[in-house]
Design a protein around this ligand. Sequence first.
Ligand SMILES: *[C@@H]1O[C@H](CO)[C@@H](O)[C@H](O)[C@H]1NC(C)=O
Ligand SMILES: *[C@@H]1O[C@H](CO)[C@@H](O)[C@H](O)[C@H]1NC(C)=O
Ligand SMILES: *[C@@H]1O[C@H](CO)[C@@H](O)[C@H](O)[C@H]1NC(C)=O
Ligand SMILES: *[C@@H]1O[C@H](CO)[C@@H](O)[C@H](O)[C@H]1NC(C)=O
Ligand SMILES: *[C@@H]1O[C@H](CO)[C@@H](O)[C@H](O)[C@H]1NC(C)=O
Ligand SMILES: *[C@@H]1O[C@H](CO)[C@@H](O)[C@H](O)[C@H]1NC(C)=O
Ligand SMILES: *[C@@H]1O[C@H](CO)[C@@H](O)[C@H](O)[C@H]1NC(C)=O
Ligand SMILES: *[C@@H]1O[C@H](CO)[C@@H](O)[C@H](O)[C@H]1NC(C)=O
Ligand SMILES: *[C@@H]1O[C@H](CO)[C@@H](O)[C@H](O)[C@H]1NC(C)=O
Ligand SMILES: *[C@@H]1O[C@H](CO)[C@@H](O)[C@H](O)[C@H]1NC(C)=O
Ligand SMILES: *[C@@H]1O[C@H](CO)[C@@H](O)[C@H](O)[C@H]1NC(C)=O
Ligand SMILES: CC(=O)N[C@H]1CO[C@H](CO)[C@@H](O)[C@@H]1O
Length: 750
Amino acid sequence: MRRFYWCAAAILASSAHAQNATLNQTSTLSFQVTSSGNDNYFLRDNVTAAQVLLTSANNTDTVPRRLVVALPAGNSGALTYFLPLNASDNATSLSVSLVNGTLRTTNMDFNNTGVEADLTFNANATLGVTIIGAVRAMRDYVEGSGTMHDIFNYTLDSYNASFVRLHRQWLNTTLGDPAGSFRGADLYLSVPSNSSAQLSVAPGTNGTWTPPTINILVPPTTASGVIRVAVVTNETVLAGLDTPSLFLANSTGGGEGLEATLQGLAAGDSDPAKQISFLTYANKFTAGGWRFLTYFGRDSMIALRLLMPTLTSDAIEAALGAVIERANSTGALCHEETIGDYASFINIQDNQSYLGNQPFYDYKMIDTDLLLLPAMAHYFLELPQGKSRADAFFARNATLQNGTYAEIVARTVQYNYARALPFAQNATYGNLLGLRPGQPVGNWRDSNEGLGYGFYPFDVNTALVPASLRATQALLDAGALPDIDLNATEVGQVASVWEGHAPELFEVRVDAAMAQQRLQDFVVRANLSESLLNHTNVSQTGGVAFYALSLDTDGAPVEVLNSDMGFNLVYGTNVSREFLQHVVDALQPYPAGLLTNIGMLVSNPAYDSNRTNIDVLNRAAYHGTVVWSFQQGLMASGLARQLALCNATNDAPSAGFAPTLSEPPAWCDDAGFVQSLGDAQDRLWTAIEGARSELNTEVWSYAFDNATGTFAVADLASLSPDGTESDAIQLWSYGFLGLVDPHTNRTIDS
Ligand SMILES: *[C@@H]1O[C@H](CO)[C@@H](O)[C@H](O)[C@H]1NC(C)=O
Ligand SMILES: *[C@@H]1O[C@H](CO)[C@@H](O)[C@H](O)[C@H]1NC(C)=O
Ligand SMILES: *[C@@H]1O[C@H](CO)[C@@H](O)[C@H](O)[C@H]1NC(C)=O
Ligand SMILES: *[C@@H]1O[C@H](CO)[C@@H](O)[C@H](O)[C@H]1NC(C)=O
Ligand SMILES: *[C@@H]1O[C@H](CO)[C@@H](O)[C@H](O)[C@H]1NC(C)=O
Ligand SMILES: *[C@@H]1O[C@H](CO)[C@@H](O)[C@H](O)[C@H]1NC(C)=O
Ligand SMILES: *[C@@H]1O[C@H](CO)[C@@H](O)[C@H](O)[C@H]1NC(C)=O
Ligand SMILES: *[C@@H]1O[C@H](CO)[C@@H](O)[C@H](O)[C@H]1NC(C)=O
Ligand SMILES: *[C@@H]1O[C@H](CO)[C@@H](O)[C@H](O)[C@H]1NC(C)=O
Ligand SMILES: *[C@@H]1O[C@H](CO)[C@@H](O)[C@H](O)[C@H]1NC(C)=O
Ligand SMILES: *[C@@H]1O[C@H](CO)[C@@H](O)[C@H](O)[C@H]1NC(C)=O
Ligand SMILES: CC(=O)N[C@H]1CO[C@H](CO)[C@@H](O)[C@@H]1O
């Protein structure tokens, strides 16, 4: 076994040329985000990129202190828990904090790269569960109720009183390679020269099966000791998009909203600029950190659609290209890529171990396929930075598969068209797009409970199918899609049927007395207060109408009020007045509607005749009565877009570009109706402002205060039975960038 010497600094200096030559990171990207009781440190330079998460030292929950290191390179990293050595102490008696300024990238033996940092311990500690290698294996443990696969067991490599190396050997390693024992990921602990801490290591008693005992000892006198941790991996480092490559320096049209938003973005001055930059790479946009620092098609394209007016052509084309490159032979688009050691694991499980660690691309979603064309139409036809770029873009040769982008996109277009035809011929629920065989999920509500166990999702069928067709039609009309054997007018006719007939299949009506009764029952079951119903006495109205979350296989609606209408507002053409009325109605205070003082909930089962959904989609469920930032961004952006249809001559109200219509929709003539939409927009923004500090995170839940009748932000991880937690930064949550808050007339980030 190779003895490791702690001489990273010397290696670093001598191998400064080891970097991927295409890595353009000229300056170091470094920032910190405190969220959900964790301190998150982000670092990217020309060596590597990493997110380091440490339970905040002041976190008073009795949760174990946790260290997570996540690297986009191979979607790899390490997870470990620090437990008090004295078993009678509780978790919070141990405080572990990162020494300011010590986080840096590092380059170890065989050019394995990653990060290191010094941690201060206030008491003796011992390592708890430790997982090294694939972030997906780390997630299995954290979100999978402690699931571990022994195939991913690490080994105790070398150790003494001031050093220990824990090594995870990649499943597929070239035998006979002199560097073979460094192909994988490593967690190193060491004692820096100025520290009085010590390590005490005892190997496990049953080979690699039982973990070693690793104690961190601090002297009683100082009661504080410093340990250096390093996590490195042997995976290709990605080329990051720094802020000047990512953001436009100046707008070329698009109104004052865009001009204001762009201030400081390209220069990297603003926090969102740095955070978005960390998530974007030359060959893909990643979805969020720490859990999703890799390719996700849906996240990339929704984020792209919202952020696009601020982005350079290079960045936009990087994101579009990543999606196109990963299309399959049928034209379906990839939801998630699995790379690195976890890809080997999936290939083995699929009886394809001969594939080694070849990436595994998953096509289980039914919405992702529908998001590409709308993004491309927006870019090539509506934005100045996309004009006249289509020919060169479509002529590119793919690198991850054979064919030009034009050939691959043609497959996706035909695939989506073929899936849309049956409903155009016979508009019954059975011809809607249902989940793929055997899959409980298929849209963004990607948890088993997310669709209330329904089969036909609302967003896919009412918003995304027609949006994809309209985008195809527009690109065909503009001559921007080469060599596709489809008639633009016919594509438009198919879209009209979906626009005209899909929403009504999802319509739920509850008469006034029943609605009132269910609300009263709901506040009891959901531990809310009846006082929340004071302002919304539905028994005085004609009842409640809204769109179902999904339909069951028999076409019966899953009667959960939800936020997915935002997709129609952003992506839709010909959104009806009746539809907009449902939006106005949904944007009422919870539980009658979706709005709380800490944001808009993504689902609300209060009116559901199936009362079991109240528990299925409660405040601890990932897609339950919780707030997703990107859903708020979609709704706010969509309302601005729809309202702009009435005065298309004005500047765009946000960083977007006002859609061009030959004439405004008829509802624009009804001043009272337009006012009601404006009022709904106003209420939405009041809700959004109520949790402004959370906006760039993924998701949050609520805690209800009975005394005040108000809601406070609650951390999902501490409520969720399976440990699902929120990412501190999430790409599509930055869709707020460039949205003008109608209350302040300023963009929310300025
Ligand atoms: C990486 O950045 C450091 C510090 O800016 C610089 O000294 C080094 O030459 C860079 N290396 C490469 C390969 O660009
Ligand atoms: C812990 O400190 C951070 C700032 O470092 C602060 O934002 C957070 O609110 C604090 N948490 C608690 C529970 O005091
Ligand atoms: C945990 O231990 C700390 C320090 O010993 C103590 O202050 C705290 O009250 C304990 N918390 C619980 C929940 O026992
Ligand atoms: C950490 O160091 C930075 C400068 O490197 C400084 O701005 C910041 O205030 C320091 N934070 C603490 C908690 O000392
Ligand atoms: C590290 O990378 C450099 C430059 O690519 C190469 O010359 C050197 O051989 C590598 N070292 C090892 C041990 O792989
Ligand atoms: C030792 O590990 C093996 C798996 O490698 C397991 O089957 C066996 O039960 C373990 N023995 C003990 C005594 O735990
Ligand atoms: C840590 O453990 C060592 C060895 O048992 C002990 O000597 C030392 O006093 C402990 N440190 C603290 C701060 O309790
Ligand atoms: C991985 O190991 C090989 C040698 O086996 C080396 O050439 C390469 O630079 C290492 N590092 C990375 C980041 O791939
Ligand atoms: C460098 O990075 C690019 C983009 O991420 C990748 O395509 C290429 O394979 C990498 N090159 C090496 C030598 O790792
Ligand atoms: C990196 O820089 C090279 C040369 O300056 C340029 O050709 C390339 O497009 C840049 N890549 C990215 C991702 O910005
Ligand atoms: C990958 O590893 C598995 C498990 O050790 C093995 O069965 C398979 O042959 C390996 N595949 C390759 C391509 O090395
Ligand atoms: C060292 C190590 O990680 N051992 C683990 C191997 O896998 C089994 C089963 O998941 C775990 O119980 C061990 O802790």
